[in-house]
Design a protein. Structure first.
Length: 157
């Protein structure tokens, strides 16, 4: 079943930036991570950013499964709420936010809610999984049966 992820964009970005002071996360870096996350399974990701702007500035990050848009005259919360009403019951919908009112509304409509920190843990795990898949494919394409580093691993007794 298709998963649809609705992300309160600046809520996620501010939470990620405040959690990891050693390495500031830029919007562009976050967009790249989310596009990668969206591509790994049967999921679509929509990130909604508060404010007015030209959505064409995000063309470089958009895919069939990942899109970003400004809320324009409305708030990101109201755009997410409207999207939840429109898609209610059509698929598994996950909302990423720390906003209490949006959380209660999303749960009331049957959606699941995830806090930004938990979501980023999921994204990072997905990225590691993708890296392993790419490594395995690279090894196979070079004709090796097993990666050399796996030959060095001994069972721990």
């Amino acid at each position: 079943m298709l998963e649809e992820w609705l992300i309160d964009g600046y809520n996620l970005l501010h939470d990620v930036s405040s959690q990891d002071n050693s390495a500031k996360v830029s919007r562009e870096m976050l967009f790249g991570l989310l596009a990668c996350f969206a591509s790994t399974a049967e999921r679509k990701v929509l990130m909604v950013l508060d404010g007015r702007g030209d959505d064409s500035e995000f063309e470089a990050y958009k895919t069939k499964k990942f899109s970003i848009l400004y809320s324009q005259a409305a708030t990101a919360d109201s755009v997410i709420e409207q999207t939840l009403y429109e898609r209610k019951g059509s698929s598994l919908i996950m909302v990423v936010t720390k906003d209490r009112a949006l959380t209660q509304m999303a749960r009331g409509l049957g959606s699941r809610v995830m806090k930004p920190a938990e979501f980023m843990d999921l994204v990072k795990a997905s990225t590691k999984e993708n890296d392993q898949i790419l490594f395995d494919e690279k090894v196979r394409s070079h004709g090796f049966n097993r990666p050399f580093e796996n030959k060095l691993k001994f069972p721990i007794e």
